[in-house]
Design a protein around this ligand. Structure first.
Ligand SMILES: Cc1cc2nc3c(=O)[nH]c(=O)nc-3n(C[C@H](O)[C@H](O)[C@H](O)COP(=O)(O)O)c2cc1C
Length: 149
């Protein structure tokens, strides 16, 4: 699913957490199910980037509104007022209430590691594809070679 929205200010706690997120203004009627997702983010200032998406009420910090926010590993610019498109690739887990901000921080670090490793798996698959093609082409050549009398 592809989600599109304007980046609006959040509570700015994310910066203190070390994981600043872009909060997207998306109509509650079309929000996906609460959870943490691996996503692909598209934006004029970004190009295409990998993102860790959190959808929900953020029970750890007693948020009440459901929010759609995305942390983009390695990105440090300002995205307020710009439009982002986010494509959700895979659900990683549900939203959880953590006993402390430290525990939440550790879990987000783990989520980001997981999401980045999904990308590595993708690249590894991409690298395998040409070899597979080579093999199949080779076997086709063998098949089409005229048999010796
Ligand atoms: C990958 C990721 C996973 C998250 N998972 C949870 C969660 O399980 N529970 C929770 O209460 N908040 C979760 N959050 C939301 C954080 O609480 C939120 O980013 C933080 O409160 C900062 O929000 P703000 O930038 O609007 O201030 C997650 C955020 C990210 C980026």
């Amino acid at each position: 699913m592809l989600y599109r929205g304007l980046v609006v200010p959040g509570d700015k706690l994310g910066r203190k957490l070390g994981y600043p997120t872009a909060n997207l203004k998306i109509s509650p009627t079309v929000l996906p199910k609460d959870g943490v997702y691996a996503g692909e983010v598209f934006g004029d200032k970004l190009g295409v980037r990998l993102g860790a998406v959190s959808v929900g009420r953020r029970p750890t910090v007693a948020g009440n509104k459901r929010v759609f926010e995305v942390y983009i590993p390695g990105f440090k610019g300002n995205l307020y007022g710009t439009k982002l498109q986010v494509s959700l690739v895979k659900k990683i887990r549900g939203q959880k209430k953590f006993a402390s901000i430290e525990d939440l921080k550790r879990q987000i670090a783990e989520d980001v590691r997981k999401i980045l490793s999904l990308k590595k798996e993708d690249r590894a698959r991409d690298r395998q594809t040409p070899d597979r093609k080579k093999t199949s082409r080779l076997s086709e050549l063998k098949k089409s070679r005229p048999k010796k009398a």
